[in-house]
Design a protein around this ligand. Structure first.
Ligand code: PLP
Length: 399
């Protein structure tokens, strides 16, 4: 089957190629914290290498000590207990989601995905032979039982909830998750809770996971998380799945025939991350919060960019740019993305990749200085069309 390459990776590659040619591009296209991995985590990896432990395979589903560290972290963060044999370690949360789709989806199985949602879910469902079905959201970018009822069919078996959400920064409340969770239980639908941004929530907003809502909802939920976003460890490739024992054993069989174990050195680093006092996570969270609070009002002022709700988590803004598309005289948000890269030297991602053309995803996982310059460039770029319109208007008036 045909799969399209990841739009976020593609835009970032183009931006990097331009940078290699000496063009000063600001890359707000990729979902990757700009901090280096905290030193104590890197030190643990170096120590593991020096002790010789990292030369060897581990069990395909991960080191027992790492599963223990994950179980303890889930217990501390969520108050929910998963024995180590209900945990499987994967090469990033992306692989966790991929292997879950391979496990849960048969030919024709429908998987409910909120619109917009992260670029890879849809492709992973298709790769597993399933059918992605988009569930509509309102101005708050949240699904509800009305939109779920409109999307569900007898073939629907899985619903993915990603809160805080990529690309919108939306965070679901406890009550909203309780209603969605109950709906899934009633329809015998497995929930996937993609909690990868769970530690990145701002301005007094609260994150709560589906697995914390009730025992019944937790029993219908498979939890996915990892180290990439919270610990600034995207390059290390460690994610995990926590779920029912039978599911985990099927997942482990697939892992044993595909990736095998995630890199051993990364597993030792992840143990240090999960066992740490989480103060480094808090420092990075505060930096993201400051960036959000600084650039949110500025992006709102870019001509033709409209931000409805202020994001509560993750590190993205998802403005409606349909007015900007008209102003710039182009056909689509994809054309606008190309223009912003070519002319303003700012890389962002077309909302189309997330199922929502007419929108753009701007990542604020970049330094404040770069963010301010990027916003200034985009504002200046869009202002020229406003000025043209105004001077055009004057011409008409004086004619
Ligand atoms: C919503 C969401 N889920 C999962 C992932 C995968 O994260 P990783 O494979 O780096 O752990 C990402 C990364 O961009 C994401 O945005």
């Amino acid at each position: 089957m045909r799969v399209t390459p990841s739009a976020t990776v593609k835009v970032s590659n183009t931006a990097k190629a331009m940078m290699r040619q000496g063009i000063d591009v600001i890359n707000l296209g990729i979902g990757e914290p700009d901090f280096t991995t905290p030193k104590m985590i890197a030190d643990a990896a170096v120590q593991a290498i020096q002790s010789g432990k990292t030369s060897f395979y581990t069990p395909a589903s991960g080191l027992p000590q790492l599963k223990e560290a994950i179980a303890n972290r889930i217990k501390k963060d969520y108050g929910v207990v998963y024995p180590a044999d209900q945990i499987s370690v994967t090469s990033g949360a992306k692989m966790a989601l991929f292997v879950l789709m391979q496990t849960l989806v048969d030919d024709g199985t429908e998987v409910l995905l909120p619109r917009p949602s992260w670029v890879s879910y849809k492709q992973q469902v298709s790769l597993a032979g399933g059918k992605p079905v988009l569930v509509e959201t309102g101005a708050d970018f949240k699904i509800n039982t009305d939109t779920l009822d409109a999307a569900v069919s007898r073939n629907a078996k899985v619903l993915v909830i990603n809160s805080p959400q990529n690309p919108t920064g939306t965070v679901y409340s406890k009550d909203e998750l309780a209603v969605i969770g109950q709906w899934a239980v009633l329809h015998n639908i497995t929930l996937i809770a993609d909690d990868i941004y769970g530690k990145l929530v701002y301005n007094q907003n609260q994150f709560i996971s589906l697995v914390q809502i009730s025992d019944e909802i937790a029993a219908s939920t498979v939890l996915v998380n990892g180290v990439s976003k919270a610990y600034s460890m995207t390059g290390w490739r460690i994610g995990y799945i926590a779920g029912a024992p039978e599911l985990i054993s099927r997942v482990n069989s697939i892992l044993s025939h595909s990736t095998g174990n995630p890199a051993t050195v990364s597993q030792y680093a992840a143990i240090a991350a999960f066992e740490s006092d989480q103060s480094e996570v808090e420092t990075m969270r505060q930096a993201f919060e400051e960036r959000l609070n600084t650039i949110y009002p500025l992006v709102q002022q870019i001509p033709g960019f409209k931000l409805t709700a202020k994001p509560e988590g993750a590190f993205y803004l998802f403005p409606d740019v349909r007015e900007a598309v008209k102003l710039a005289g182009v056909d689509s948000s994809g054309d606008l993305v190309d223009l912003l890269l070519d002319k303003a030297h700012v890389a962002v991602v077309d909302g189309d990749a997330f199922g929502m053309p007419g929108f753009l995803r701007i990542s604020y996982a970049a330094s404040l200085e770069n963010l301010l310059t990027a916003v200034e460039r985009m504002t200046k770029f869009m202002n020229q069309f406003v000025e043209k319109q105004v001077s055009g208007g004057i011409e008409i008036e004086t004619d």
